[in-house]
Design a protein around this ligand. Sequence first.
Ligand SMILES: [Zn+2]
Length: 140
Amino acid sequence: MSPANVLLPATFGQAALRGIRCTCPRCGEARLFRKWLKPLETCPRCGVDWSPQRADDFPAYIAILVTGHLLAPLVIALATDFELGPAAMFSIIVPLAVAMMLGMLQPAKGAVIAAQWWFGLHGFRRERLPEAPGSNPDRP
Ligand SMILES: [Zn+2]
């Protein structure tokens, strides 16, 4: 597929969903990562250069935030309804939290890279679908 034949995402949500699926946010067809958290240098389908991405620790913050909010009601329920002791609580919550965070890191990094690409951060070129004539009421 040549870069001209790429079906760009129409919205940020569509680009983020492509990133969450660990596919290229620009074309949505090629994989985004060459290793678990290492993105490809360039997309093999559309040719976008992924080297400007700077996700840093943000995917980990997202994974911690989501895991904490999902597990908090479970911790409260286990402590109040089942009256589990600290050892039983630890043996349930810690493996579950680790599994959830590890499972969430790659999709979170895909979404962060998609956001950086969509908003043209760190040297990415902002690309949008061409507007259909007459679709914008503000312009004649
Ligand atoms: Zn691509």
